[in-house]
Design a protein around this ligand. Structure first.
Ligand SMILES: *[C@@H]1O[C@H](CO)[C@@H](O)[C@H](O)[C@H]1NC(C)=O
Ligand SMILES: *[C@@H]1O[C@H](CO)[C@@H](O)[C@H](O)[C@H]1NC(C)=O
Length: 191
C-alpha cells in the first residue's frame, strides 16, 4: 500500500504541475516558518502603579500647551485645553516611592458635557527587564468617574504586539493646585 503510494508520488506531482488551473503557480505560494520571530506563548500581565500629575510648584510634570478660545459656554468643562505631560509612575502613592517609569504624552479636554479627557500617552518603563519598553494608551478619561477604562493600543520592546486596557482611579486630587495622584491597573497581553 505504502509502496504503491510512493510509486505514484512523482506521477501526482507531475499532474499538479501540468495543470496550473489549480491556482498553485510556481512562485505564487511559499511555505513560511511557523514562528519566524521565535515568539513565546502569549501571556497576560497585570501591573499596578501610581501616576503623578504635578501642575503646581517649581518642577511641574504637566504643562499647559493650549488654551481654549475664551467662550463662556465651554469654559465649565475646560473644553479645548491641552496639557503635555512627563509624569512619574511610582510603586506607591507617595511621589518619592520607587520610580518605575514615566507617562509621556498629552491629554486634552475633549468633552463639553463633563470633564472628559482624551489621553494619548506612552508608559516608558525604566526598571528591571522592562527598562526601555513602552506601552501606548489612547482613550477617554472622564476624570470624576470612580474608574475610567482606556485601551492599551500597542507597545514596544518586551511589549511588542501588546493589547489590553488600563483602569484609572483617582487616589488623591488637590482642588486648589490641580495636582493628582491616580492609581493605574494595567492588564496587557504580550509575549
Ligand atoms: C463672557 O465672556 C465675555 C467676553 O469674552 C466676558 O466679558 C464675560 O465676563 C464672560 N462672562 C462670564 C460669566 O464668564
Ligand atoms: C535602563 O537602560 C538605560 C539605557 O538604556 C541605562 O542607562 C539604565 O541604567 C537602565 N536602568 C536600569 C535600572 O536597568
Amino acid at each position: 500500500m505504502t509502496k504503491t503510494f510512493l510509486f505514484l508520488l512523482p506521477f501526482l506531482f507531475t499532474i499538479s504541475q501540468t495543470f496550473p488551473a489549480t491556482g498553485a503557480e510556481p512562485g505564487f505560494l511559499q511555505s513560511v516558518k511557523r514562528n519566524p520571530m521565535k515568539l513565546r506563548t502569549e501571556k497576560l500581565s497585570h501591573f499596578r502603579f501610581y501616576w503623578h500629575d504635578i501642575i503646581s510648584g517649581p518642577n511641574p510634570t504637566a504643562v499647559n500647551i493650549v488654551q481654549p478660545p475664551t467662550n463662556n459656554k465651554t469654559t465649565p468643562t475646560g473644553f479645548g485645553m491641552i496639557n503635555m505631560i512627563d509624569d512619574p509612575l511610582t510603586e506607591k502613592p507617595e511621589v518619592g516611592s520607587k520610580l518605575l517609569g514615566r507617562a509621556q504624552g498629552f491629554y486634552g479636554l475633549a468633552s463639553q458635557e463633563e470633564v472628559g479627557l482624551l489621553m494619548a500617552m506612552n508608559f516608558v518603563f525604566s526598571t528591571g527587564k522592562y527598562n526601555g519598553s513602552t506601552l501606548t494608551i489612547l482613550g477617554r478619561n472622564p476624570v470624576f468617574h470612580k474608574v475610567r477604562e482606556m485601551p492599551v493600543i500597542g507597545g514596544s520592546g518586551l511589549f511588542r504586539f501588546a493589547r489590553g486596557y488600563v483602569q484609572a482611579s483617582t487616589h488623591s486630587f488637590d482642588l486648589k493646585t490641580g495636582d493628582a495622584v491616580v492609581e493605574y491597573n494595567v492588564h496587557v497581553m504580550h509575549y
